[in-house]
Design a protein around this ligand. Structure first.
Ligand code: NAD
Ligand code: ZN
Length: 350
C-alpha cells in the first residue's frame, strides 16, 4: 500500500479559528501506534469546543481536530500485535493513555492524567491519515459500514457509558436532554436496545420528527414548552419523573433544571460540556428525595468494545448526513446555531 508524503487536512491555526483546508505531512506511526487511512469521521460538538478554546484544559495549536475516525490500517509500529495492515480500525477521543497510573490500572483510562486526546492534545481525524496507540484503537469488523459506525466511536460509546453509569434498569424511563443532536440520537438507540423507555427534550420540529421516528415515547420542546418540568414529568410513568436524566445539551439551563423532573432515588448524568457552566441543585430536595448527580466521560476500552458490538448486531440505527471534508466550516456554523439533527459524518477525499 503506497502512503503519500502529504495529505488534505482541516487545520485550526489558532484558538477561535478559522479552519484552513490545506496539505500537511502524513504522520508516521510510533512503535506502539497504527496509521489509519481515514474514510469517514464524525463531527462532534467537542471539536467545536476545542477549536473555540471553550474549556479550562489547554488545547494544542495548530490543531487537526476530529475523534470519530473510521478507516483502514495502512502502517504500524514494530510493537503492534493486534492489528494487521488492511484491518478496519477506529480512532477515538482516547488516542492513548499511560497504562501505568492508578486509573489506567483500574480500567478508568479516560481519567489518566497523561492521556493523549485525539483532536485536542494530539492531532485527530480531520485528515486523510491519522495515528493512534494500537491498544486504544477500536477493531471494526469488515462487514460494518465505516460511515454509519464513525459516530459510535465517540457519541455512541459516551452515551452507552452514561446510561450504564446511571444504574437505570430495563423498563424504567430515561429523559434525554439534547436528544435531537449527535449524542442524543445515539442515546435514544442505546436506551431502546437496553430495554429502556425514552422521553426526549430538545427544540424544533425537525428534531421532534427524528425523535418520533427513533421510537421515543414523548418529545418536550424546550423552545415552546410553558412548563418544561411539568411536561417532562407528565410524560413519565405515574407522573413521578424520569428514573435517570442524561444531560447532553450544550447550554447551562438544563443542568440547573434536571433535579426538578428526576424521580426520587433517580440519577442525573452530566455529559454535555457547555462552557463556563455550573451544576446547581437544591440541597433539601437532593437529600430528602435521594437524588444522585454524576459526571460521565467517554468510556474505557471495554465500553468501546461493547458499544461497537451493539452496533455490529444491528441494534443501533441513528440518522447521519455525509459531507466532504472541505465542508467542515459550514458544519461548525450549523452546529453553533443548534441546527444539526443527528450527526454529520465527513467523507475523506480520495
Ligand atoms: P450537538 O450539537 O449535536 O447536540 C446538542 C443538542 O442540545 C442540540 O440538538 C441542541 O438543540 C440541544 N440543546 C441545546 N440547548 C438545549 C436545552 N436547553 N434543552 C434541550 N436541548 C438543548 O452536540 P453533541 O455532539 O451531541 O455533543 C453534546 C455535548 O456533549 C457537547 O458539549 C460535547 O462536547 C459533549 N460531549 C461530552 C462527552 C463526554 O465524554 N462527557 C463526549 C462527547 C461529547
Ligand atoms: Zn466527541
Amino acid at each position: 500500500m503506497s502512503i503519500p508524503e502529504s495529505q488534505w487536512a482541516q487545520v485550526a491555526e489558532q484558538v477561535g479559528g478559522p479552519l484552513v483546508y490545506k496539505q500537511i505531512p502524513v504522520p508516521k506511526p510510533g512503535p506502539d501506534q497504527i496509521l489509519v487511512k481515514i474514510r469517514y469521521t464524525g463531527v462532534c460538538h467537542t471539536d467545536l469546543h476545542a477549536m473555540m478554546g471553550h474549556w479550562p484544559l489547554p488545547v494544542k495549536m495548530p490543531l487537526v481536530g476530529g475523534h470519530e475516525g473510521a478507516g483502514v490500517v495502512v502502517a504500524k509500529g514494530e510493537l503492534v500485535q493486534d492489528f494487521e495492515i488492511g484491518d478496519h480500525a477506529g480512532l477515538k477521543w482516547l488516542n492513548g493513555s499511560c497504562g501505568e497510573c492508578e486509573f489506567c490500572r483500574q480500567s478508568d483510562d479516560p481519567l489518566c492524567a497523561n492521556a493523549a486526546l485525539s483532536g485536542y492534545t494530539v492531532d485527530g481525524t480531520f485528515q486523510q491519515y491519522a495515528v493512534g496507540k494500537a491498544t486504544h484503537a477500536s477493531k471494526i469488523p469488515k462487514n460494518v459500514p465505516l460511515d454509519a459506525v464513525a459516530p459510535v466511536l465517540c457519541a455512541g460509546i459516551t452515551v452507552y457509558k452514561g446510561l450504564k453509569e446511571s444504574g437505570i434498569r430495563p423498563g424504567q424511563t430515561v429523559a434525554i436532554v439534547g436528544a435531537g443532536g449527535g449524542l442524543g440520537s445515539l442515546a435514544q438507540q442505546y436506551a431502546k436496545a437496553m430495554g429502556l423507555r425514552v422521553v426526549c427534550i430538545d427544540g424544533g420540529d425537525e428534531k421532534r420528527v427524528m425523535c418520533e421516528q427513533l421510537g421515543s415515547e414523548a418529545y418536550v420542546d424546550f423552545t415552546k414548552s410553558k412548563d418544561l418540568v411539568a411536561d417532562v414529568k407528565a410524560a413519565t410513568p405515574n407522573g413521578l419523573g424520569a428514573h435517570a436524566v442524561i444531560l447532553l445539551a450544550v447550554s447551562e439551563k438544563p443542568f440547573q433544571q434536571a433535579t426538578e423532573y428526576v424521580r426520587s432515588r433517580g440519577t442525573i448524568i452530566a455529559i454535555g460540556l457547555p462552557p463556563d457552566a455550573s451544576l446547581k441543585a437544591p440541597v433539601f430536595q437532593t437529600v430528602v428525595r435521594m437524588i444522585s448527580i454524576k459526571g460521565s466521560y467517554v468510556g474505557n476500552r471495554q465500553d468501546g468494545v461493547e458499544a461497537l458490538d451493539f452496533f455490529a448486531r444491528g441494534l443501533i440505527k441513528a440518522p447521519f448526513k455525509v459531507a466532504p471534508l472541505k465542508d467542515l466550516p459550514k458544519i461548525f456554523e450549523l452546529m453553533e446555531k443548534g441546527q444539526i439533527t443527528g450527526r454529520y459524518v465527513l467523507e475523506m477525499p480520495e
